[in-house]
Design a protein. Structure first.
Length: 93
């Protein structure tokens, strides 16, 4: 039991030292969008303990459920695969 607590404590310390990964996604395609500007501003701040990145929706195709294949995500369009990977790698959106 003591060994498990020690392992848990070590794991929690490791997690607490890792930067938080935040992915910003704006729903607008406009270059002068307020929300996109806000996300760019946050990215430029270089906050301590935060890795902030921005994902664009500009290359995403229109959704077509007939083309969706939940059993084999590698058949999805490349921009969809890339966004999915960024989302999975983030701690927060």
């Amino acid at each position: 039991m003591a060994a498990e607590k020690k392992d848990l404590k070590a794991e929690l310390e490791k997690i607490s030292k890792a930067p938080i990964k935040i992915l910003g996604i704006s729903g607008s395609l406009r270059k002068s969008s307020f929300h996109t500007g806000l996300i760019r501003y946050l990215e430029s701040q270089k906050l301590e303990g935060v890795e902030f990145s921005v994902a664009s929706i500009g290359d995403l195709p229109l959704f077509n459920q007939d083309l969706e294949n939940p059993k084999d995500e590698e058949k999805d369009p490349k921009p969809v695969q890339e966004l999915r990977a960024k989302i999975r790698g983030a701690d927060a959106l």
